[in-house]
Design a protein. Structure first.
Ligand SMILES: [Zn+2]
Ligand SMILES: [Zn+2]
Length: 150
């Protein structure tokens, strides 16, 4: 926050007052976020993300406050259905299609984990999963977009 009367900036996180480009012991300098225009001090950023992230942020495209930086590095996730063909031995097929459903599930999971399948079908994110993703990550993606025939 900028105070015109005293020509100072206040860190919007910890409330410490600075002059522009003034370096304060323990607090560093004041910065302006190029994404949301909030002011923040070096100390508040490094407290949230560490000193390495701070120098990476300054070398990046935009000066970002701790919150905007968090959003910029966040990984988004969405639940998808994958169309695939599974390869298995006769022995494994006997288990997977057999009576023992617990063993069948274990065998199936092991084949998946070992990469015993090829993605070669319709892969898509269901509507409710895209909605859930949008809500969680504050995005606004259209539902039928992640839908591919591979
Ligand atoms: Zn601060
Ligand atoms: Zn920001």
């Amino acid at each position: 926050m900028y105070h015109m009367d005293s020509d100072t900036y206040v860190c919007d996180i910890c409330g410490t007052q600075f002059r522009w480009e003034e370096a304060k012991e323990d607090y560093g300098e004041i910065w302006e976020c190029e994404r949301c225009a909030k002011h923040f001090c070096t100390r508040c950023f490094t407290k949230a993300h560490g000193i390495t992230a701070f120098s990476e942020m300054l070398q990046g495209e935009m000066v970002s406050c701790p919150e905007c930086y968090r959003k910029s590095i966040e990984k988004l996730s969405v639940w998808v259905r994958l169309g695939a063909t599974l390869s298995m031995s006769k022995e494994e097929a006997d288990i997977i299609f057999g009576e023992d459903r617990v063993l069948a599930k274990k065998c199936f999971a092991r084949l998946l984990n070992e990469g015993g399948f090829i993605l070669n079908g319709n892969c898509y994110a269901p509507e409710e999963c895209v909605a859930e993703m949008n809500q969680k990550h504050e995005t606004n993606y259209d539902f039928p977009r992640l839908d591919f025939d591979i």
